[in-house]
Design a binder for this molecule. Structure first.
Ligand code: SAM
Ligand code: SF4
Ligand code: SF4
Length: 348
């Protein structure tokens, strides 16, 4: 009997559903665990100091390896690829990866999340390589607050220049992520809305999350999304917007005067696990099915030991099929201290 697969059966299995019926639509690819910032809520400098042991280069997936895995995810139904980290722009030759990912047939959205510090020079090469859009993380327009939250002595102007370069390169619409932390940058909520409205950027407020275990998260530090929206609404009246697609994480609002939209990602006070379609590939090639997972599925070992695409696909299907994650919906006092992967290891 022939061992050649019957071509009529190819694709027969269809996209995999997890145990809660969710499909994989969105793959976040962490290309490095390193970062030039030390944001207090992600990689606090006291813990991630000079001696911290980041992954050695040999353990990090090469661009060709990332592209091969991403291609398999796309065949399984993923339409959106987001490059993240750590800080993805600290990895050398990032446009080369973008070029490779852009050549995968079926990718509808290819984006990058960055702290913006390198966009002044990288925005144009990234756009030329085929990147569609960028999301830039920026927590305040006040230079002192920006420096305190990002844990780095860099002028805010460098990030603002990067954002301008992204727009000039056509990486639009530029999205801005602002993590809001009680008592730290609440006063920046309305000024950020004003700036983003005037400039035509899409601002996303993010509730401070208990990702990882290094940031000493406390519920008291979270400014609920509803409170953020009420503050903005008082300054610039808003109305609800429908989601762009099922599983969208941000609750969206439109300014009544037509000056664009904002969103809030309220994963603490209004969890959205029910439609979560996100898979995450760590820099070392582990597949995580939840931002709050303690363990992933190793794809690098099979990849490097010569397993073919069908074998890799089977491993991904098995991991996704076993998925029953809904951490944010189950979050409670007892879950906060459970072990889990750090955010910079798997991206946001
Ligand atoms: N370095 C890039 C950046 O900062 O945009 C990409 C990686 S970063 C881990 C991805 C996103 O996660 C950023 O928008 C960051 O603000 C967000 N983030 C990190 N730690 C967070 C936390 N504890 N709560 C909420 N968002 C967080
Ligand atoms: Fe770096 Fe991004 Fe984490 Fe800030 S949020 S420390 S920029 S990885
Ligand atoms: Fe998805 Fe996990 Fe976040 Fe829920 S907690 S939305 S399952 S990543």
């Amino acid at each position: 009997m022939s061992t050649t697969p019957d071509p009529r059966l190819q694709g027969h299995a269809g996209p995999p559903r997890d145990r809660l019926g969710r499909l994989p639509r969105d793959l976040r690819i962490s290309v490095t665990d390193r970062c030039n910032f030390r944001c207090t809520y992600c990689m606090p400098a006291e813990i991630f100091g000079r001696d911290f042991a980041f992954l050695p280069r040999s353990e990090i997936l090469r661009y060709e390896e990332i592209t091969r895995l991403a291609g398999i995810f796309v065949r399984l139904g993923v339409e959106k690829l987001r490059i993240t980290g750590g800080e993805p722009t600290v990895r050398r030759d990032l446009p080369d990866l973008v070029r490779q990912l852009a050549s995968i047939e079926g990718v509808r959205d290819l984006t990058l999340t960055t702290n913006g510090s390198a966009l002044r020079t990288l925005a144009a090469p990234l756009a030329d390589a085929g990147l569609h859009r960028v999301t830039v993380s920026l927590d305040s327009l006040d230079d002192a607050v920006f420096r305190a939250m990002s844990g780095i002595d860099m002028p805010l102007a460098r990030v603002l220049d990067g954002i301008a370069a992204a727009r000039a390169a056509g990486l639009a619409p530029v999205k801005i992520n602002m993590v809001v932390r009680r008592g730290v940058n609440e006063a920046s909520i309305v000024p950020m809305a004003r700036w983003a409205r005037d400039a035509g950027f899409i601002l996303r407020y993010i509730e401070y999350m208990d990702v990882g275990t290094a940031n000493g998260w406390r519920l008291d530090d979270v400014v609920p999304g509803a409170e953020i929206i009420a503050l903005v609404d008082a300054a610039f009246p808003l109305e609800d917007l429908q989601p762009n697609y099922a599983g969208e994480v941000a609750n969206r609002f439109r300014y009544l005067d037509g000056a664009g939209e904002i969103g809030v990602i309220a994963s603490v006070t209004a969890p959205f696990c029910g439609a979560c379609s996100r898979a995450r590939l760590s820099a070392e090639g582990e597949l995580f099915t939840c931002l709050f997972a303690a363990h992933g599925t190793d794809l690098r070992a099979p990849l490097r030991s010569g397993v073919d695409d069908a074998g890799l696909e089977a491993r991904i299907r098995a991991a996704w099929g076993a998925r029953d994650d809904r951490y944010s919906e189950l979050r409670s006092a007892s879950t906060v201290n459970l072990p889990r992967v750090e955010m910079f290891a798997i991206g946001g």
